[in-house]
Design a binder for this molecule. Structure first.
Ligand SMILES: NC(=O)c1ccc[n+]([C@@H]2O[C@H](COP(=O)([O-])OP(=O)(O)OC[C@H]3O[C@@H](n4cnc5c(N)ncnc54)[C@H](OP(=O)(O)O)[C@@H]3O)[C@@H](O)[C@H]2O)c1
Length: 236
């Protein structure tokens, strides 16, 4: 299986890419600009190729398909997050989050879906967030981008189902990745987050990777349009 995982140089994306590579997949590692970083991860996890494309630049987004060719599994994991109160968030931060998180997601689905449809097989998985379901005062726009993607997932899943293409969303809770290392490594902040998680602990990137792998494997073949929470109960 040929697999592209966007934003796979660290955190959840890297764990997903590593899990596919371990299963013998032909994995393409991706990040925004630094090809040497992607190459390092490619070598470390035994992936097949490394590419860059800045997903805030729609020209680069549209060029990504030409770099990779068709894939069986498209894992749309990359995102950006700006923590700002809704009254204070800047137009630039709004635009950037909508471009990277929503617009590039749709453009990449438009680019990769036709070959999947033609082949009568494809797996598309987006990475959402527990914040689709919760109200975080500093994440209103980020949460809105994740809700927007979920709506795209449902609409496209229904249309793609007759052609053997499934489209699902995995919603992580608090996962220990470089993105939230500041919270994770601070005992006071960490406890505050863990107190809001019924399982009482952060998840690991590999928790999300297992779910994505399942959705793309035999066991997930009859699942489409779903939103699967991997959050230790945080969204309950
Ligand atoms: N960690 C959590 O607790 C958590 C919770 C809920 C949801 N999520 C979601 O899970 C996914 C992965 O999260 P994470 O914590 O693993 O993220 P992360 O550690 O911040 O890693 C983000 C990845 O996305 C890439 N990326 C960022 N901006 C990009 C751009 N403009 N163009 C191309 N690639 C870009 C980064 O590559 P560069 O090195 O090039 O920047 C990096 O590989 C995200 O969609 C996130 O919203 C995470």
């Amino acid at each position: 299986m040929k697999v592209l995982v966007t934003g796979s140089t660290q955190g959840i994306g890297k764990a997903i890419a590593a899990a596919f590579a371990e299963e013998g997949g032909e994995v393409i590692v991706h990040c925004s600009k630094d090809l040497s970083k992607a190459e390092r991860v490619r070598a470390e996890i035994g992936a097949a190729a490394a590419v860059t494309a800045d997903l805030s630049d729609m020209g680069e987004v549209k060029g990504l398909y030409n770099k990779t060719g068709a894939v069986d599994c498209l894992i749309l994991n990359a995102s950006v997050q700006y923590k700002q109160l809704w009254q204070e968030i800047t137009e630039e931060a709004i635009d950037r989050q909508f471009c990277v998180n929503v617009k590039s997601t749709l453009l990449l689905m438009q680019a990769y879906y036709p070959a999947m449809k033609e082949k009568r097989f494809g797996r598309i998985v987006t990475l959402g967030s527990v914040n689709q379901h919760r109200c975080h005062p500093e994440l209103s726009v980020y949460s809105a981008t994740k809700c927007a993607v979920m709506r795209l997932v449902k609409t496209i899943a229904k249309e793609a189902a007759p052609f053997g293409v499934t489209v699902n969303n995995v919603s992580p809770g608090a996962i220990a990745t470089p993105r939230n290392a500041g919270v994770y490594n601070d005992p006071v902040l960490r406890k505050k987050v863990e107190d809001a998680i019924p399982m009482g602990r952060f998840g690991g990137p590999e928790d999300c990777a297992g779910t994505v792998l399942f959705l793309c494997g035999k066991g997930g073949g009859y699942i489409t349009g779903a939103d699967i929470a991997v959050d230790g109960g945080m969204s309950l």
